[in-house]
Structures are given as C-alpha cells and as structure tokens.
Write a protein that binds this ligand. Structure first.
Ligand SMILES: [Zn+2]
Length: 108
C-alpha cells in the first residue's frame, strides 16, 4: 500500500492528549512489513509524540466516493471551518430568498 495513503489514514486519528487530528506532514512511517505498519506522529497542537501500530489490509480500506479532484480535496481539507457568522449569513439569505425551492428542484 502506498505510504502517502497510510499517512492520510493516520490523519483521521486524534491526539489522546488534546484531541487535535494529526496531520499528514506530522506522521512518519517507522517500518512496515506486509499489512503491519509502525508509525510515529507528532500532534501539531501540543507536540505530544505517539507511536501507532496499524494493520492495514489492502482492499479493505473504504473507498471515498466523490467527484472532487485530489487538489480540491486538499483545498477543502485546509479551508477555514464554518463559523457562526457563515451560518447566520445563510440564514439571512434564506430568509430573504423569494424563489421557489420546490419548483427549482422539480424541474428535471
Ligand atoms: Zn495534542
């Protein structure tokens, strides 16, 4: 399995100390033998180092189904999180929206 993919899988794991997700750049592969991987990761927030042993079976990794490109996935992954203001803006937009959603979505 590709090392880059393993690192991305590890990025879904959260730091046990502060709860922050590890980042791909902070994950190092120490060794790997068939399905068994040993990795170390440093939390980007509190700098705590953790060691990870993972058994990753090829073909069992759930496939991500998306029409986003790799570049778009990276862009959204690093994008700022939604804020209360964003939600408020959408609320105000919908409040003032004079169109007809039912008609809009039933046109095809
Ligand atoms: Zn941490």
């Amino acid at each position: 399995m590709e090392e880059r993919l393993i690192k991305r899988l590890m990025a879904v794991i959260k730091c046990r100390v502060c709860g922050r997700h590890y980042e791909v750049d902070n994950v190092n592969i120490l060794s790997h033998d068939q399905d068994l991987w040993f990795l170390s990761a440093i939390c980007p927030a509190c700098r705590t180092r953790c060691l990870i042993a993972a058994i990753v079976k090829e073909g069992r990794v759930p496939e991500v189904i998306t029409d986003l490109t790799e570049a778009e996935l990276d862009r959204f992954r690093n994008a700022a999180k939604l804020t209360a203001d964003d939600v408020l803006d959408m609320h105000n937009f919908l409040d003032n929206f004079a169109g007809d959603f039912s008609r809009l979505f039933s046109q095809n």
